[in-house]
Design a protein around this ligand. Structure first.
Ligand SMILES: *[C@@H]1O[C@H](CO)[C@@H](O)[C@H](O)[C@H]1NC(C)=O
Ligand SMILES: *[C@@H]1O[C@H](CO)[C@@H](O)[C@H](O)[C@H]1NC(C)=O
Ligand SMILES: *[C@@H]1O[C@H](CO)[C@@H](O)[C@H](O)[C@H]1NC(C)=O
Ligand SMILES: *[C@@H]1O[C@H](CO)[C@@H](O)[C@H](O)[C@H]1NC(C)=O
Ligand SMILES: *[C@@H]1O[C@H](CO)[C@@H](O)[C@H](O)[C@H]1NC(C)=O
Ligand SMILES: *[C@@H]1O[C@H](CO)[C@@H](O)[C@H](O)[C@H]1NC(C)=O
Ligand SMILES: *[C@@H]1O[C@H](CO)[C@@H](O)[C@H](O)[C@H]1NC(C)=O
Ligand SMILES: *[C@@H]1O[C@H](CO)[C@@H](O)[C@H](O)[C@H]1NC(C)=O
Length: 500
């Protein structure tokens, strides 16, 4: 009897230990997956044959947790199957461990209010590839969160390639935050007030040697430590930070093709700014009211540059585009600055003949935006523009809304409506230089002649009329003297009858 009682106790205790890990944890119970395709949308995409690609979309379903499984409809057994699981817009402050599957997975939970994440959240999803946890309230990334399955020697790494932690409340990272996801290729940390002076934050980032895309926009950084840049990095976003210069550490990212340094506090760009990032194809440097000067040779080492976006730099008044790579440039956007003129001084300029100076230099330019600048429309501006685009070609991809601000007689004219020949005539004929100050219209020679002529005509007409009146008066007087006609009387009655 006693023995039986003891064994029952023991079994109960053991059983409760076995059950505990699965149920005691569940202060955050999962949502039930039964009939889930009625509530969420379950899609099988056809465009990924022969392997299957499913989408489970539970956006804004008022869930307080993720599901405890995957829809039966999905055949997730094969390793080649892909599944995109979306829980964005639910109120999930604690993110549970994802239910097990071997399928290749994209997981997103944006705007979920996530504050905490269960340890080993992806441990049962060994093929997790892409995770989007942006717009949440994370202020911590414990190393255990991203750990994989336990194997006798160590935790298996998880093959996460893309991680979006943008718009969270991360200030520091643990030095081991990413130690289980060392293969990470894309990391987005935008809109976190990161402290890169913190040793453990730096240690966490330095470990990511395979990173190809790094987004540090709006992270409040003032410097960019060289240690986090590698020769694998191809895309770097530093928009909206407190940088005062183009970071001197950039050469460490020697393979960079896309760089955004816009929205920073950079007052000038000089020759050294982009010296060693020779593979750069797209450069963004917009929205910098502090930017005033771009020195002439800034772009000379960027021989592969395809796109330059330099807009909304409201304190930026003149630019020399002679150091841009003529043959590779496809997009040039310099709208919304304070540009009055555009210069182009370049090495081979002397060789080109005056008669041929109008030939196109930017032979591959496809998009040009120059609107919203206070252009001073003179011959030199148009000569530069002529090297950028063919004015007479209607199919040129530019917003034809750029207007002249000065000189007075061209103000608010569209640049595309102005004929270059007319503007440049004066200098070609070697006429005396136009005075620096533009006289108001009524003081220009043509206007003066015109005014004098009108006055003369008015005076002549006046004289004629005067003469005619004098003549008529004379004649009338003669008539008065000679013929005094008798006075005729008509009755009022007669006249009213005639009217009636
Ligand atoms: C998921 O559903 C929401 C609306 O419920 C929709 O706006 C969103 O585009 C869908 N996402 C995908 C990837 O289908
Ligand atoms: C969301 O769920 C809560 C309970 O979890 C409920 O009180 C609330 O009314 C639900 N809101 C909507 C819009 O369904
Ligand atoms: C361009 O690169 C070469 C070689 O790295 C360097 O010597 C030169 O100073 C650079 N030019 C500019 C304008 O940065
Ligand atoms: C624009 O430049 C002027 C100096 O020319 C400077 O005083 C002003 O602060 C600049 N504006 C901004 C927004 O930086
Ligand atoms: C420039 O500013 C205008 C108005 O402030 C805005 O509409 C436009 O999107 C901005 N362009 C860029 C490239 O930031
Ligand atoms: C312009 O070209 C002509 C021949 O086409 C040549 O005789 C003349 O010297 C050139 N002028 C300049 C300034 O290079
Ligand atoms: C100038 O351009 C014309 C065609 O536009 C060409 O025939 C001529 O050879 C060019 N002259 C020089 C000196 O490049
Ligand atoms: C054209 O206007 C710009 C800006 O005012 C000025 O710097 C330049 O010298 C002018 N060029 C000529 C040929 O008048």
């Amino acid at each position: 009897m006693r023995d039986i009682k003891v064994t029952t106790y023991v079994t109960i205790i053991i059983a409760s230990f076995l059950i505990l890990p699965t149920y005691a944890d569940k202060e955050h119970p999962y949502e039930k997956v039964d009939n889930i395709c009625k509530d969420c949308t379950c899609i099988e995409k056809a465009d990924n044959q022969p392997s299957k690609f499913y989408v489970l979309n539970c956006t804004s379903r008022n869930f307080s947790q993720i599901l405890d499984g995957y829809p039966n409809l999905f055949q997730l057994d094969s390793g080649e199957t892909m599944v995109d699981v979306i829980f964005s817009g639910n109120k999930i402050s604690f993110l549970n461990q994802l239910p097990a599957t071997d399928a290749l997975m994209y997981f997103s939970c944006r705007h979920c209010g996530i504050k905490e994440i269960e340890t080993g959240v992806f441990a049962n999803v060994p093929s997790i590839y892409k995770v989007d946890l942006s717009w949440n309230a994370l202020n911590d990334l414990r190393p255990e969160i991203l750990k994989g399955r336990y194997s006798p020697t160590a935790y298996e790494p998880i093959p996460l390639a893309e991680l979006d932690l943008g718009h969270n409340s991360l200030v520091t990272l643990d030095h081991g935050s990413f130690e289980h996801v060392l293969g990470l290729k894309t990391l987005n940390l935008e809109h976190n007030q990161l402290n890169l002076e913190d040793i453990s934050t730096m240690a966490a980032l330095v470990k990511l040697k395979h990173l190809e895309k790094l987004n540090l926009a709006y992270t409040g950084i003032e410097t960019l430590p060289a240690e986090i840049l590698t020769d694998r990095l191809i895309e770097l976003n530093l928009y909206g930070n407190k940088l005062l210069t183009v970071p001197g550490s950039l050469p460490h990212a020697s393979a960079l093709t896309t760089l955004n340094i816009g929205g920073n506090l950079i007052p000038e760009l000089n020759e050294g700014s982009f010296k060693e990032v020779k593979l750069l194809k797209r450069l963004y440097m917009s929205d910098m009211p502090s930017l005033q000067i771009i020195h002439a040779n800034v772009f000379s080492n960027l021989t592969a540059l395809e796109a330059l976006h330099c807009c909304n730099n409201t304190n930026f008044t003149s630019m020399d585009i002679g150091s841009l790579s003529f043959s590779t440039l496809r997009t040039l956007d310099i709208s919304g600055c304070s540009l009055k003129t555009l210069e182009i001084t370049y090495k081979d300029a002397d060789q080109s003949n005056d008669s041929n100076s109008s030939s196109l230099l930017f032979t591959n330019l496809q998009s040009l935006k120059i609107d919203n600048n206070p252009w001073h429309c003179n011959c030199s501006l148009f000569k530069t523009l002529q090297k950028l685009m063919k004015f007479d070609e209607n199919d040129f991809q530019s917003e034809n809304t750029a207007r002249c601000l000065t000189p007075y007689e061209l103000s608010s004219d569209l640049l595309v409506d102005i004929t270059i020949d007319k503007l440049c005539k004066v200098s070609n004929n070697k006429k005396p230089r136009q005075p620096l100050y533009d006289p108001p219209p009524f003081l220009r020679p043509r206007s003066i002649v015109f005014s004098l002529l009108s006055i003369l005509i008015v005076v002549l007409i006046g004289l004629c009329i005067g003469f005619a009146i004098v003549l008529i008066k004379k004649k009338l007087k003669q008539n008065d003297v000679g013929l005094s006609s008798p006075i005729r009387y008509t009755t009022v009655r007669n006249s009213t009858i005639s009217v009636g």
